[in-house]
Structure formats: C-alpha cells, structure tokens
Write a new protein. Structure first.
Length: 247
C-alpha cells in the first residue's frame, strides 16, 4: 500500500486530492495548519497531521510523524490579487514564504528518504499564471514561476536517483478559497488610480468562459504521480489546458 503526504489539505485542491487518493486505496497523510476531524471519510488509511510549511520545526515534526512516504504533494499556498504598487512587501514576503520557500523546504525534507530508496514522486502544484501573463497577479505569479524553474532543475537532479518530480498547473477555480488566507482585503490593493484598469478584469473573473474544478486538479495530480514517462508539466482544468496549448 502506497502513502501520499499532501500539504494544504483543509480545503480546495488539497482536500479533493486527499479524497481522490483515499478512494483508490492509498494511505493518505493530510496535513494542514490546524487539523479538523470530519474532513475525510473515516478510515484507518487516513492520518491528519499539523503542518505549517513556513516553520522548520513544524516540517521536521510532520516528516518524523509521517514515516516513509512514496509521494509528496506540495499543494499549500496563498494568493494575492491586486496592484503590485499597493501590495505591502510584508505580504509579498509572506506569499513567498509559503508558495516558494515552503515548497522548497518540504521537498528538501523528503529527498533523503526517496533518494536512499531510489523511488518516489514529488508533485509541486503551481498555477496557470505561469502559462500566460495575467494582470493584478504579479507577486503570486513570481512565487509560482520560481517553483516552475526549481522543479524543472530538480527533476534532472533527482532523476539520477529514480525519483520523479512533476508540476501540476491548475487554472482559475472560483469554488476554492484562493483568497481566504489573505490578510488584506482585495479592495485595499486596488488604489483609485487603478480602478478603471481593474474593473473589466474583475468583471472577467466573475464570468470566465472556462474554469477549473477541484476534481480536475486531483485527477492531474493522480496522473502526474502514476505517469512513468519523463513528462514534467500537467495543466489541470479546461482553461489551463487551453493556455498550455498556446504557451
């Protein structure tokens, strides 16, 4: 029986991915800052662990408690939407601490066991903002683009030890809590000077022609984990797939 550890499993992509793997017979270690019972079906193949990917001691404790894992899914992330000029650098740093450095830290923590076994898969969940430039997303895009480059390089390093590294690139999913963990109201990040520019962009967000569902991302993660080829990128959702085709 294989084991997957998923970060950011309290909602959205992470929770749906945990359900997806559990339904297919895997042992699931679902991590989140504050574990809550009842998120996943009762099963002896489910473990909930506390984890804050920005805290080294929390990472160490979670990895030790998890024991050997076959797959790491780096899904935890936070968003920020607004004019970069108005985005406090303290929040930009917070975004990078989770979206970029948190992913790197979790990856570094599991490499030794996977390298020693010469097996394992690491899946880094980024975003379709890496597939096409999008306005009002500069800081978030930068944090995710960094992981795209990191993953591509790391795939070569770990491939030498038969460890696979993958990217899953979700599209826009309005049903997720993408901005729920932002400390700053979006309205505060749109100064008056940007109002006319931002209005049609937010109107498009409200009525997108194509969107991504949580199940699209869970399916893409499953495919990335079980694909034995050397493929690196897996766009998730109809809008992300469309962007990848023209990228």
């Amino acid at each position: 029986m294989k084991t997957v550890l998923i970060t950011g499993s309290s909602s959205g992509y992470g929770l749906e991915t945990a359900r997806h793997f559990l339904a297919r017979g895997w042992t699931v270690i679902a991590t989140m800052r504050t574990p809550r019972e009842g998120l996943l079906p009762a099963s002896d193949r489910v473990r909930l662990l506390p984890l804050d990917v920005t805290v080294p001691e929390s990472i160490k404790a979670a990895i030790e408690a998890a024991g050997p894992i076959d797959v790491l899914v780096n899904n935890a992330g936070i968003g920020v939407v607004g004019a970069f000029e108005a985005t406090p650098m303290s929040h930009v740093r917070k975004v990078f601490e989770t979206n970029t450095l948190g992913v790197m830290a979790m990856t570094q923590a599991v490499i030794p066991q996977m390298r020693a076994r010469r097996s394992g898969v690491i899946v880094n969940v980024t975003s379709s903002v890496t597939l096409a430039s999008m306005p009002l997303a500069a800081a978030c895009t930068a944090s995710k683009q960094a992981i795209e480059g990191f993953t591509g390089s790391l795939a070569h390093e770990l491939g030498a030890f038969d460890v696979r590294v993958r990217l899953v690139e979700p599209g826009y999913a309005p049903t997720t809590r993408f901005t729920a963990n932002i400390d700053i109201p979006v309205t505060d990040l749109i100064p008056e000077a940007y109002a006319d520019f931002a209005q049609p962009i937010f109107a498009d967000f409200a009525n997108p022609p194509l969107t991504t569902k949580e199940s699209d991302v869970a399916g893409a993660v499953w495919l990335a984990v079980n694909d034995a080829s050397d493929r690196l990128r897996y766009p998730a959702g109809p809008d992300a797939v469309a962007l990848a085709q023209v990228a």
